[in-house]
Design a protein around this ligand. Sequence first.
Ligand code: 8YV
Length: 323
Amino acid sequence: MEPNRTLPRVAADGPLDATVTGLLADRVELLPWEATDGAMGAVDGLYTYGHPTVDAAMLDRLPGLRVVSNYGVGVDHIDVAAASARGIPVGNTPGVLDGATADMGFALLLASARRLVEGDRYARSAAFTRYDPGYMLGREVHGSTLGIVGMGRIGEKIARRALGFDMTVLYHNRRRRPDIEQTLGIAYAGFDELLAASDFVVLCVPLTETTRGLINAARLNRMKPSAVLVNIARGPVVVTDDLLDALRSGTIAAAGLDVTDPEPLPRDHPLLGLENVVISPHLGSATDRTRLRMAEGSVANLMAGLAGRPLPCPVAAPPPGPE
Ligand code: 8YV
């Protein structure tokens, strides 16, 4: 640090969570994100919220950078390999948000299956004049088959919830998970097999170059016409135009989306006009308790990195070569 500076300088993407600002008060000098252009002097740390991009060019503009801390688990906006190559640790907050995100995945699954949002709109409208046994029939959740794509911490939590709903659970993952197959009694399936057999498909994968566009027209065509797709991963894991076509043409029945591509969707986007899609504004981890833990974890990573200590939750650099 320069001799005339007392506090480390941290460029933060806003708006900052009030807990984060409280935890950082008198410990760092907060700078606007614009400081990452290098014109406002030295930057010791970066603090991000799942965006904006932290790439090699930015890291090169900030030679004194000691740490990048992300509030959240997904670090698809950070070039972790470039940071590692420069000796800059990247931290995130895994673990603390798995339960909340899995709850949200299940909420979207149930809402899409049972037409909850559509029903809410109808119940509030003048069109609702009397009960009709034939209206708004949905899809049964209990006893159906759930396919989980990505068996990490969140995928496992989704599986546990599904078992409580008497669902048959299939999963697909890069690495097979015999431990979870055994403890939960769930079955591994090839990707195509999972898509064809599932009544509900929940996406729980990180966004990487391998998973970008994973759900495209060909994949949607393999799904049942009665199937529901739930995305709690990242918007670009699904090709938006292909999903739109599939929902319009009845290739699949419905979708529950916590994330979209782009995010937010333009206000006149045709997806927003469809009845068979439920969309939430990236609320996966949005509960007070989880957000508190994310704030604490991300600040702990930031302060450790600024002090030159190992981060409590470092993100491992991806191995070189294709995933
Ligand atoms: C965050 C998330 O709310 O952790 C993640 O990857 O998607 C969410 O929990 C988001 O990153 C914004 O901070």
